[in-house]
Design a protein around this ligand. Structure first.
Ligand code: FMN
Length: 175
C-alpha cells in the first residue's frame, strides 16, 4: 500500500481540522508543515498539503517550491482552505497564483474554512480592517468574492464540511 502523508499549515485551526479528517479518510500520517524535512518527505509515496489561504496565497507551499526533493515519482496534491465560497473560478485563481514552475501540474482542491475575528492576531485584525474599508468603498458590482465575505461576516462562522474532502481523498486513493 502507498505510504501517504497529509502535511498542514494552519493559523487558526481550520486547515488542521481538514488535515486530521483527511488523514483518517486516506489512512495517512498527519504532519505539521514546520516539522517537514527532505528526509521525512522521502519516506512517502504521496503527499497532500493542506494550507490556509491568506491574501490569495496558499500557506505551506514554500517547502515544496524550494526543497531539492525529487517529487517526480510522488503523487502530490494541495487542499486550500479559505473563506471565499467554493467555485471553479476561485480554485482556478488559486492554482494560477500559487502553482508555478515545478508545481504547475499539481492538482488543487478547495474547502471552505472558518472565520472568527475575535481570535485574529493584531496584525491580521489590522489587515482585515484595511481590506474591509477598501471593500466598503468599492461599488457593489465590482466587489470580489473575498470583499463580500469580509463585509458580510461579522459573527464567528465555520463552513468546515468534510464533504469538501471527497475529491482530494479520491485522487489520493487512486494509487
Ligand atoms: C488576514 C486574512 C486574510 C485572508 N485572506 C483570504 C483570502 O485571500 N482568500 C480566502 O478565501 N480566505 C482568506 N482568509 C480566510 C482564511 O483563509 C480562513 O479563515 C481559513 O479558514 C484559515 O485557515 P486556517 O485557520 O487553517 O489558517 C483570510 C483571513 C485572514 C485573517
Amino acid at each position: 500500500m502507498a505510504k501517504r502523508a497529509v502535511v498542514f499549515r494552519s493559523k487558526y485551526g481550520a486547515s488542521k481540522k481538514y488535515a486530521l479528517a483527511l488523514g483518517r479518510m486516506i489512512q495517512a500520517e498527519v504532519i505539521e508543515n514546520d516539522g517537514l524535512t527532505p528526509q521525512l518527505v522521502e519516506e512517502f509515496d504521496s503527499i497532500v498539503l493542506v494550507g490556509g489561504v491568506y491574501a490569495g496565497k496558499i500557506t505551506g507551499l514554500d517547502f515544496f517550491r524550494k526543497n531539492a526533493v525529487d517529487f517526480s515519482s510522488k503523487r502530490l496534491a494541495v487542499f486550500a482552505v479559505g473563506a471565499v465560497p467554493d467555485s471553479l473560478e476561485n480554485t482556478e485563481d488559486l492554482r494560477k497564483r500559487n502553482m508555478k514552475g515545478r508545481l504547475s501540474s499539481v492538482p488543487v482542491y478547495y474547502g471552505r474554512g472558518a472565520f472568527d475575528e475575535a481570535v485574529l492576531t493584531f496584525v491580521d485584525r489590522n489587515l482585515l480592517s484595511i481590506v474591509r474599508k477598501a471593500a466598503s468603498r468599492t461599488a457593489p458590482e465590482k466587489r470580489t468574492p473575498l470583499d463580500n465575505v469580509i463585509l458580510g461576516t461579522t459573527e464567528p462562522v465555520s463552513w468546515i464540511d468534510e464533504s469538501y474532502l471527497s475529491g482530494v481523498a479520491g485522487y489520493m486513493m487512486e494509487e
